[in-house]
Design a protein around this ligand. Sequence first.
Ligand code: PEP
Ligand code: MG
Length: 323
Amino acid sequence: RKALYAQMRDMPARTTDGADISLNVNAGLLIDVPHVVESGADGIGLYRTEIPFMVRSAMPDITDQTRLYDRIFEQAEGRPVVFRTLDVGGDKLLPYWEDMTEENPAMGWRSIRITLDRPAVLVHQLRALIRAGHDRDLYIMFPMIAEVAEFDQAKELLDHQLRREAARGFVPRKVEVGAMLEVPALIWQAPALLDRVDFLSVGTNDLLQFMFAADRGNPRIEGRYDTLSPSVFAFMRQLVTLCDQRNVRLTICGEMAGRPLEAMALIGLGIKRLSMAPASVGPIKEMVRSMCKAEVEQYVLSIMGSSTRSLRSRLKAFAIDHG
Ligand code: PEP
Ligand code: MG
């Protein structure tokens, strides 16, 4: 299998009916980055910037961060890297940060909420990203956006830092800014949101826990709700339609994107970009190259109105039937 994946490395992730799917990786440590090139992925769809913050004993300063982001750019060898701003709180704690014990951490003070309340942290990070992004393509995305107003606030901080750093000679070749869709409320602001962002990335790990009101880490309810369920499909289909209408790039970057059956269903729903753990790129590319998008789409649309709780067994049967 390893040999097969290596062989496919330079082949496109193209379905049998000619649809190109962009496969990207999720990374968080420098050692993840060489795997991008090795795996034959198109780029880094999600760089979790909080990971280097979590493994240190103190908050890295602007110089440390600039050096780190610069090395990530270098190691990605020109492939696009989407940097997600600091996403701490919830299940990701910084040992040196203030005590954040909360009753309900998943819905608590986390992610963009923290960095908007403590803008100095975000400002320093943005400055470092802009400096490292000098003369390069800089993609920045803000996590856990629940309202357009939060995106606007974060974007304003970024624009201010872009002007400030430009005056010091740091100018990225191109800057694109996106939001992560992890809080369901955001989709009901789609028109305003899609006017503002260059791209959207769906964090299905968080999104699904909020859609079903089911803790992503609680083993007691594991398996009660399936990612391959009619409500998830309806959500994704609506999102694809909205993004296509406005020409906004849409990526799925939660764990489901790295599982072949889930990825097949997502592509059937119209998703063209996936971001996953490096080890999933081979298996997903193999799946993509064996599927006919039009057939999967037709099948997915025919079953998504079903009232069963999971479409998994039907999709599995379909996948087996179609090789
Ligand atoms: C997600 O929520 O799906 C996601 C990609 O972000 P994280 O897993 O880092 O919360
Ligand atoms: Mg998340």
